[in-house]
Design a protein around this ligand. Structure first.
Ligand SMILES: NC(=O)c1ccc[n+]([C@@H]2O[C@H](COP(=O)([O-])OP(=O)(O)OC[C@H]3O[C@@H](n4cnc5c(N)ncnc54)[C@H](O)[C@@H]3O)[C@@H](O)[C@H]2O)c1
Ligand SMILES: [Zn+2]
Length: 360
């Protein structure tokens, strides 16, 4: 099967996402096509490199820089390790940095590429489902600060994104599911057909059949690409990507980022937003039921019965995306359509949070 190409056209750069089973083997050709400078480095993690380093090395000549991943390493000291390796290797401006890992590697190594010598060429080869459908697309790179997530960063678009669903074969099931919640997010905001595919095809999805994965990943990438094409720096439309993220971020933050994978918190967050929408009468209860059903079909989410509503309300007040003191919510108005509101009252929120199972 020929790979699928999805174009991303932001004001700062046009590039393609190439998606296909086994596409990693064509990496050198894809890099040459976009004229990625020939001195090439690959930043990866011990886990990813252990599983897929050999395949990468067979496909592309690049000098490996291996740094730890996992959220607690998404910090400036790890970026410094990438700089150290680049400097020791005398990497010049005309070098290419390929990121090969999940969202943590993509974000932190992408940030290193954006800042080393004021920017070298960047290509993402994401290896988690979340990175393939979300973090590798759109140019946001960065690291956490001890006082908050993703506070340090830049917009830096890659020359290309290369997505091979075959690498997902080794992904732990929980990580795989975490990515699927983001796929559902795209379905609810923008694509009834994608929503249906996940709702009715989860058996084949969980078998990680390459054609099935290629189809859902391509559709998700198309939606994200479309949104960032229209709104590179998140002044308007890009906000729809935050569906489920307002309550999701609050859940992550009150549990100190330990209980949930990000996608799992978004799973709950989408239910909270949808409960708000149903209570306002803008979403049909049957659509909400369909969302509950698809989320349940992916397997159990971590429990939330011990988390109190006031703690979530408090955490929401500190949301980075509060604009002029107002919380914005993306509310579905059906499967595949949405509205953004900024007038949700505390009473409405309490009701929605209780509905999904939080404690008074
Ligand atoms: N830049 C953006 O626009 C954007 C968007 C969404 C999320 N993010 C960021 O992405 C990060 C989360 O990314 P993530 O969910 O990919 O987590 P991650 O990068 O921590 O990867 C999760 C785990 O999977 C392992 N792994 C990766 N690929 C594997 C493979 N093919 N086989 C086996 N194991 C593999 C990793 O070693 C890690 O332990 C967060 O830091 C988040 O802020 C960024
Ligand atoms: Zn997300």
């Amino acid at each position: 099967m020929e790979p699928v190409r999805v174009d991303v056209a932001t004001p700062s750069r046009r590039y393609a996402i190439t998606i296909g089973d086994g596409v990693l083997t064509r990496l050198t050709r894809l890099l040459d096509e976009v004229k990625a400078p020939k001195r090439r480095f690959v930043v990866s993690s011990p886990t990813v490199w252990r599983f897929h380093g050999e395949r990468f090395a067979a496909a592309c000549q690049a000098e490996p820089i291996i740094v730890p991943d996992g959220e607690r390493y998404k910090q400036t000291p790890t970026v410094m390790r990438v700089y150290d390796a680049l400097i020791k290797a005398n990497a010049e401006r005309s070098s290419t940095l390929v990121t090969f890992g999940g969202g943590v590697i993509g974000d932190l190594a992408g940030y290193a590429a954006a800042t080393y010598l004021r920017g070298i060429s960047l290509v993402h080869v994401p290896t988690t489902l979340l990175a393939q459908v979300d973090s590798a697309i759109g140019g946001k790179v960065g690291v956490n600060h001890p006082l908050g997530k993703n506070l340090i960063g830049a917009f830096y678009q890659p020359l290309a994104v290369v997505v091979d669903p075959a690498v997902l074969g080794t992904l732990p099931r929980r990580e795989f599911r975490a990515g699927l919640y983001e796929v559902i997010k795209y379905g609810v905001t923008s694509s009834p057909s994608l929503f249906e595919r996940v709702a009715h095809g989860h058996k084949a999805i969980f078998k990680r059949e390459p054609e099935v994965l290629t189809a859902i990943i391509s559709e998700a990438c198309r939606i994200k690409a479309d949104v960032v094409t229209q709104d590179e720096k998140e002044s308007g439309l890009r906000r729809i990507l935050n569906f489920g993220h307002t309550a999701g971020h609050a859940l992550e933050s009150v549990t100190k980022y330990r209980r949930f994978r990000h996608g799992e918190a978004v799973g709950y967050g989408m239910l909270v937003a949808s409960e708000l929408a149903v209570a306002r009468g803008v979403m049909a209860p049957s659509d909400l039921q369909a969302l509950y059903a698809v989320i349940a079909s992916l397997g159990p989410l971590p429990p939330i019965g011990d988390i109190t509503i006031p703690s979530i309300l408090e955490a929401m007040k500190h949301d980075k995306k509060v604009i002029d003191g107002r919380l914005h919510f993306v509310l579905p108005t059906g499967i595949g359509s949405w509205s953004i509101v900024d007038d949700v009252t505390e009473k409405e929120l309490k009701h929605a949070l209780a509905k999904v199972g939080l404690k008074h």
